[in-house]
Design a binder for this molecule. Sequence first.
Ligand code: ATP
Length: 321
Amino acid sequence: MKRIAVLTSGGDSPGMNAAARAVVRKSIYEGIEIFGINYGYAGMVAGDIFPLKVASVGDKIQRGGTFLYSARYPEFATSKGQLAGIKQLKKHEIEGVVVIGGDGSYHGAMRLTEHGFPAIGIPGTIDNDIPGTDYTVGFDTAVNIALDALDRLRDTATSHVRTFVVEVMGHGAGDIALWTGVASGADDIIIPEHNFNINKIVARVRAGHNRGKKHTLIVLAEGVMGAHEFAKKMKDAGYKSDLRVSVLGHIQRGGSPTVRDRVLASRFGAFAVELLKTGKGGLAVGIKNEKLVAADIIETLTNHKHKADLSLYELNHQLSI
Ligand code: ATP
């Protein structure tokens, strides 16, 4: 391929810029012309497509968010939208596209591939919920931000002998809650992949108080329910002690990416270009057991589902006695 494009789509994640930068620099290094598309699939259909140069991605590697902007564009789930996007790409003589985004964005890339237009997906989401990879770009940064918040809440919880229910992001996947829960020494982790018993949780927290524990942290994935609702359930189950709620929200999505996310993003970006260069499209790139992998995007999305590592759940249960 002689000319390719890159876009970011869906919820932004720290490290998307580093991934886009790698796509741009590696393309130029390989003698491929590289174009940017603003606002994800919305920009593709609108023709918001422009050439990128080496300097276009200068001073971007350390920045959170995405300089290509992102958008939700449900119209791209229709054939009409997809074909309109391909028409724009062809108008600019673009032969392949790199899509950096989450599960929905991957579906867009899959549709492009089904229409015969080579697309490659780079997993960019804080949720870590994409099949075909152990880690997504942004997850490491998000869990480190959440962990920093948990550590701060522990300080104040200890001072006042309080219990905190801390809501972290994660609609369908509990990875953020699991990792920050284990790393912060949480007393309980509530995730969509595992049921919970509110009476047992209250009993465990009380037992902690009785042996002199000063702080209690419960990490809750937003996909289960809101933190206020969870706190009410605890109260309804007879929990009478000082109980506070903290919702971390979009703080988890911003900020400078960690070294792990920057390196992962750089590797994914360069790898995607290598694949397109040899004419390979229709792939989802990922990292498995620390090795870069590329799998058929249609097969990956159709037959595989992300699974949270429930051994972390069990580990936390054992360590938070
Ligand atoms: P995150 O999970 O981090 O929010 P995401 O990529 O899953 O990111 P979505 O909003 O689900 O975010 O998807 C991003 C965009 O991808 C959508 O706005 C739409 O343009 C496109 N898209 C989503 N689902 C499909 C689909 N089934 N077919 C084609 N395009 C899709």
